[in-house]
Design a protein around this ligand. Structure first.
Ligand SMILES: [Zn+2]
Ligand SMILES: [Zn+2]
Length: 283
């Protein structure tokens, strides 16, 4: 009798442990469960406001993330001043510029309404990419891939830069190429199977609505009527590179610096900013 109860308890705690492992893997790798609402196939548009040096990296990142089952992406022509990189309702603006010695290589800023993404931007800082340390295909691939991963709702798989590479761009590293001998041998330049699995989990449900700009056969622009019938997308008066516009740090890296910032805006819109910092000695 006692034995069988113990067995049941053990089996129960094993099941609970497995459940927690599954839940925490999800929790650590999606950011607060945020995602684009969908009733069917999603095609997220990435508007190209980057300098020519970035075009092939944006194209590669788009192809990489389109390999995921629930998400298609396409690159369309942008019309933003990349220095300010203002967002556009219903799509992602991708920018590059000489933002100055801000300390960051790249950021992704995502606006959500009740957990659903309504707009995002990605910016990469050419001030640092002019340095030989960062002006490599591996550093360009990793940061471009990671920031775009954030605009789909993903968080990092690992935040310790000195750990061996996990083979995903969603992993902080000091050597994205995996060839310098400091972070193992895997390349962190592209998504891995766990990223794709995470997207399946995040996008498995039907929301009952979907922005017209994310449907497969559209120009990527949302109608004015649809904008006003849904949530007003706030216009930012602060340039993207101004940390004061990011709000407060809601997650820290190992050095105690904010790596994710959150700010509540009007009309129930939440702004989340993911920051990829340079290594401190590169400031
Ligand atoms: Zn949903
Ligand atoms: Zn990141």
């Amino acid at each position: 009798m006692r034995n069988s109860i113990r067995k049941v308890c053990l089996a129960g705690s094993a099941a609970i442990a497995a459940l927690f492992a599954a839940v925490s893997a999800n929790a650590t790798h999606s950011w607060a469960g945020m995602h684009w609402a969908r009733t069917g196939t999603l095609n997220i548009r990435y508007a190209d406001n980057v300098s020519p040096a970035w075009d092939s990296y944006l194209a590669t990142a788009s192809v990489d993330w389109t390999k995921s089952v629930p998400i298609d992406t396409s690159v369309i022509q942008g019309s933003r001043n990349p220095y300010y990189c203002n967002g556009t309702y219903g799509r992602v603006e991708v920018c590059s510029s000489q933002y100055g010695t801000t300390g960051w290589l790249g950021i992704a800023q995502v606006w959500t309404s009740y957990g659903h993404i309504i707009a995002a931007i990605v910016a990469v800082n050419d001030t640092y990419y002019a340095n030989t340390r960062y002006n490599t295909p591996a550093w360009r691939h990793e940061v471009k891939c990671q920031e775009i991963g954030h605009t789909l709702g993903l968080d990092h798989q690992d935040e310790i830069k000195t750990n061996a590479n996990l083979g995903t761009c969603m992993d902080y590293t000091s050597d994205p190429s995996g060839t310098l001998g400091t972070n193992g041998v895997l390349s962190n330049e592209h998504p891995n199977a766990h990223d794709y699995q995470q997207l399946v989990t995040i996008y498995s449900h039907n929301d009952g609505w979907q922005l017209s700009s994310t449907r497969p056969a559209t120009t990527g622009l949302i109608s004015i009527a649809e904008q006003s019938s849904r949530i007003q997308f706030p216009r930012s008066t602060d340039p993207v590179f101004n940390p004061r516009s990011w709000g407060r740090a809601v997650a820290l890296d190992r050095r105690g610096r904010g790596r994710v910032f959150g700010r509540s805006l009007a009309n129930g819109v939440e702004q989340t900013t993911f920051v990829t910092w340079t290594d401190p000695y590169d400031r």
